[in-house]
Ligand binder design. Sequence first.
Ligand code: PNW
Length: 441
Amino acid sequence: TKISLPTCSPLLTKEFIYGVATASFQIEGGSTHRLPCIWDTFCDTPGKIADNSNGHVACDHYNNWKKDIDLIESLGVDAYRLSISWPRVITKSGELNPEGVKFYTDILDELKKRNIKAFVTLYHWDLPQHLEDEGGWLNRETAYAFAHYVDLITFAFGDRVHSYATLNEPFCSAFLGYEIGIHAPGKVGKQYGRKAAHHLLLAHGLAMTVLKQNSPTTLNGIVLNFTPCYSISEDADDIAATAFADDYLNQWYMKPIMDGTYPAIIEQLPSTHLPDIHDGDMAIISQSIDYLGINFYTRQFYKAHPTEIYEPIKPTGPLTDMGWEIYPKSFTELLVTLNNTYTLPPIFITENGAAMPDSYNNGEINDVDRLDYYNSHLNAVHNATEQGVRIDGYFAWSLMDNFEWAEGYLKRFGIVYVDYSTQQRTIKNSGLAYKALISNR
Ligand code: PNW
C-alpha cells in the first residue's frame, strides 16, 4: 500500500513543501534544564493524564536530537516543524538562558546544514509556571511577556529559521485549558475561556509586530486548528446550534485575525464571559500574516440542547484511537469554505495525522490504517487545490510517537514508532509511504 495522488497534482511538484511536525513538551524531556511549565504542574495533578505520565523524559529528544535529525533527513522531507520551549530559553527574570538557546541553535544549524527548512512555532502550550502563577493567559501582561520572549529569541536565532508561527492552536490553550479544563492549566468556567482567548490573540498580534521588525524575511503567521461543525438534522434549531458552535469554537480565533472582529455571537454572551478588549487591540490582532497554518484531524456533529447553546454528538462510523471520526471530505470542505469566507494568505497544512493501532510483523510496523488516513487526507488536500485553494505545504503529525497531552503515552500519532523503554525509533510503513511519496515527486 502507498500514498497516491492524481498525476498532475500540485502536491506532486517539488515546490510543494512536505514536512513532519513535533512540539517541545511532547518530545524533549530534559525537564531539569528548563523552568517548570503549566504542563508539568498539570501532569502532577492526579486524574488529569490518562496514564499518570509526564514530560520529564518523553522521547528524550533533548539527548537524541542529532539522531532524530538523521531520522528526519532519512525521510527526505523538505521541512521540519518544531516548537520552542519558552521555559527553556527564558529565565524567570526575563533574560535569555544560554543553555536553552544553544539547544535550539544547534538543532537549527544542523537542519540548515542538511537543507531542511525550519518551521518554528513559538508557543505550543508550555507556558512557564511562574507566569501562570500570575494569572497565565487570564492576565493581559502574559501577552507582553510573550512578545518580549519572541523579541529575544528571534534575535538570537538570526537567519536560521524559514518560518515562524506565533501560536499553535489558541483554541486548545483557551478552551481546553481555561474553559473546560481538560488541558493545562485545568481552569473551568465560561468566564475564563474568552478572556484567555483574547490575551492569546493579543499575544499573537504583538508577536507579529516583533517578527516584522526582527525577522522580515521569514514567513510569519499563526497555526489554527479547525474541527468543522455539521448539523445532525435539517431542523432549524439544530442548524442554528451548529452555526453557534462553529463561531464559538472555530471562527472565534480566525475572524479576529482575518477581519479584526469577533463573530457576531459575541453579542449573545453574558457580560461576565466577555474579554476585556482595549482600544487598538483588534488592529494589533488583525495585522497581515504571511501564511496561515491549518491543523485538521476530524469533524464534529451538533444538535440543539434545551439549556446549553449546542450539544456535541458522540461520533459514529470509522474512528481513530482518539475516538475521532475519519471523514476526509470535511477537510476539503473546510479549506474551500475558508477560501470562500476570507481573503486567505497562502496556507500550510501544519498538522494532519491519526492515532491508530500499530501492528508488528517481522520487525515491520504495519500501520495500514494510518497509511490509509494519510492517503485519503492528502487526496482531500489535492481536491481543495482543484477548487482553487492555494496550499503551499503539508506536515504530518507527528514525526514520532510522543506525549499525547491528556492521553499521555497511550495514543500514538507517529509515522515513526518509539519504544519508550529503549528510546529506539522505527519508521512505520506510513512513514515509508510518506518518504516514497516525497521522493517520487
Ligand atoms: C493538536 N481537540 O492537538 C496539537 O497541536 C498536537 O500537539 C496534538 O498532539 C495533536 O493535535 C493530536 O491531538 C489537539 O480536542 C488536541 O479539538 C485536541 C483537539 C484538537 C487538537
